[in-house]
Design a protein around this ligand. Structure first.
Ligand code: GDP
Ligand code: IMO
Ligand code: MG
Length: 423
C-alpha cells in the first residue's frame, strides 16, 4: 500500500484538519509528519468545534490509529493540554495515539529563544507563533536536540540540563530579555511524565510494516507550501519541509511509496504573520473576506491577512508537491460577492511573469486579475455538488482547467457534513 498525503497549498489554515477528519473513515492510520504546535487544525461535528495542535486529526474516529511521526516537534506542555481536552471523549489514547521515539522535544528554553529572536528582529520579525519551532529544528539539524526516546533513558535529566545550559548562554546575549525558567520547567516536566505514560514506537518500522500488511495511511501536513523552509517565501516561513517530500523524511516512507497527494486550498487566500503576499487586499474587500470567513488564527487568535486566489502561486505549489487532486475550501465565504477575482499572472517591474519567482519582495509586483461572476447564493445548506449554482460550478471548472488537476471536494462550511464530493 502507498501513503496518501494531504497538505496545504497556500500559507496554512486552508482547512486541512476538516478534510483529514472527513477522509479518515477511508484510512487505517493518520500520521503527522512535520511541524508542531504552531499548527491549529479545526474539526467541527455534532455541534462541537475541536482545535488540534500536535495530535493528528483522525483521533475522533473509532478504530483508526494516529501517529505523531519523527519529523514532528512536540511541546510536552501543549501536548498534555490537548490530551486533557480530549478526556471527555473517552478515547483510548494509549492504544490509538502512537508517538515516534525520534520526534524532537520543544524545551521551555526553545520557546524563550523563539521570543528573544523575534524581539531582536524588530520590524523584520517572522511573525512566529512563538511555540519554539525554529530553535527546536535548529537544535535538530545542529545535532543537539532531545528526542522522545531520550525520556526513557537514565541520562535524560543530564542531557536536558546540558542543552538548557547552552540555551541560557545564548539567551544571555539578548540584552534586556527577561524570563523565569523555573516557572516554565514545572509544567514541562509534568508533560514529560505524561509522555512517558504514552506509547512511543519506532514509527518508521511500524508504518512500513502496516503498509506491507495492507493498511491505508494518510499523512497529514501542517502549515502550507508557501511556509516550507525550502520552497516558501523565505525567510518568512516555518522551519520544516511542509511539502510532499517532507512525508518521506518525516515518517520514514520511501518516495516510491507516495500515492495520492491531496492539495487543500481556500477559494481565496490568507496568510498570518509577516512576509510577502502578492494578492493581499488591504481594503474593504479584504476586510469583508476576513469577516465572512472568520479569519482569525486557530493557534494565536491573530487576524489573518486576506486576498484573492493566486494562480502562479497555486501552480507552483501543485508542481513541488505533485498534487493529484484538490479540495477547495471555504467556498461559502464568497457567497455575497458579485465578482470573484483570480490572479492569473504578475507584472514584475513591468514584465509579465506566470510562475512564482525567487524575489517577490524587493520588486515592483502587480497582480493581474481576471474577474469571475459570483454566485450570490447561500451554499451552506447544499448537500450535493450537482445542486450547486452554475457560477460555482463554472469557478471550479475554470480552476481545474488552469491548474490541470481535478477539484474533487468542495467545502461549503466548517462542519464535517458541509462537504461536497465532485468525483
Ligand atoms: P488548518 O490549519 O488547515 O486545519 O485550518 P484551520 O483550522 O486553522 O482554519 C480553517 C478554518 O476554517 C477553521 O475555523 C475551520 O473550521 C473553518 N472551515 C473549514 N472549512 C470551511 C468551509 O468550507 N467554510 C467555512 N466557512 N469554514 C470552514
Ligand atoms: P496550520 O497547520 C498558518 C506561520 C506563522 C509565521 C510563520 C513561522 O494551522 O496551517 P513558526 O511558529 O513556525 O515559527 O511561524 O509561519 N505559521 C502558520 N500560519 N497556519 C499554520 O499552521 C502555521 N504555522 C506557522 O504565523 O508567519
Ligand atoms: Mg490552522
Amino acid at each position: 500500500m502507498k501513503v496518501d498525503v494531504l497538505l496545504g497549498l497556500q500559507w496554512g489554515d486552508e482547512g486541512k484538519g476538516k478534510i483529514v477528519d472527513v477522509l479518515t473513515p477511508e484510512y487505517d492510520i493518520i500520521a503527522r509528519f512535520q511541524g508542531g504546535p504552531n499548527a491549529g487544525h479545526t474539526l467541527e461535528f455534532e455541534g462541537i468545534k475541536h482545535v488540534l495542535h500536535t495530535i493528528p486529526s483522525g483521533i475522533f474516529r473509532d478504530s483508526v490509529l494516529n501517529i505523531v511521526g519523527n519529523g514532528v516537534v512536540i511541546d510536552p506542555v501543549i501536548f498534555q493540554k490537548e490530551l486533557e481536552k480530549l478526556a471527555p471523549f473517552n478515547i483510548n489514547i494509549k492504544e490509538r495515539l502512537l508517538i515516534s521515539k525520534k520526534a524532537h522535544l520543544i524545551l521551555p528554553t526553545h520557546r524563550l529563544l523563539d521570543q528573544a529572536s523575534e524581539a531582536a528582529k524588530g520590524t523584520n520579525k517572522i511573525g512566529s507563533t512563538l511555540k519554539g519551532i525554529g530553535p527546536t529544528y535548529m537544535d535538530k539539524t545542529g545535532r543537539n536536540g532531545l528526542r522522545v526516546g531520550d525520556i526513557f533513558m537514565d541520562n535524560f535529566k543530564a542531557k536536558y540540563d546540558a542543552l538548557v545550559e547552552k540555551h541560557i548562554g545564548i539567551l544571555n546575549h539578548h540584552e534586556g530579555f527577561e524570563y523565569d525558567l523555573a516557572e516554565l520547567e514545572g509544567p514541562w516536566m509534568e508533560g514529560i511524565e505524561t509522555l512517558r505514560a504514552l506509547t512511543a514506537i519506532d514509527s518508521e518500522q511500524f508504518l512500513n510494516d502496516a503498509m506491507k500488511a495492507g493498511k491505508k495511511v494518510l499523512a497529514e501536513g501542517a502549515q502550507g507550501t508557501m511556509l516550507d523552509i525550502d520552497f516558501g517565501t523565505y525567510p518568512f516561513v516555518t522551519s520544516s519541509n511542509t511539502v510532499t517530500a517532507g512525508t518521506c523524511t518525516g515518517l520514514g516512507v520511501a518516495p516510491t511509496k507516495i500515492g495520492n497527494v491531496i492539495g487543500i486550498f481556500k477559494a481565496y487566500c490568507t496568510r498570518v504573520g509577516s512576509g510577502p503576499f502578492p494578492t493581499e487586499l488591504d481594503n474593504a474587500e479584504g476586510e469583508k473576506i476576513r469577516k465572512e470567513g472568520n479569519e482569525f488564527g486557530a493557534t494565536t487568535g491573530r487576524p489573518r491577512r486576506c486576498g484573492w486566489i493566486d494562480l502562479p502561486q497555486l501552480k507552483y505549489a501543485i508542481m513541488v508537491n505533485g498534487v493529484t487532486e484538490l479540495s477547495m475550501m471555504k467556498s461559502d465565504v464568497l457567497d455575497n460577492f458579485d465578482t470573484i477575482k483570480v490572479c492569473t499572472h504578475y507584472l514584475i517591474n513591468g514584465e509579465k511573469v506566470e510562475h512564482f519567482p525567487f524575489d517577490i519582495i524587493d520588486v515592483d509586483l502587480v497582480p493581474v486579475y481576471e474577474e469571475i461572476k459570483g454566485w450570490n447564493t447561500d451554499l451552506t445548506k447544499l448537500t450535493s455538488f450537482n445542486d450547486a449554482p452554475q457560477e460555482l460550478k463554472d469557478y471550479v471548472k475554470y480552476l481545474e482547467q488552469k491548474l490541470e488537476v481535478p477539484v474533487t471536494v468542495v467545502s461549503v462550511g466548517p462542519d464535517r457534513k458541509q462537504t461536497l464530493s465532485n468525483k
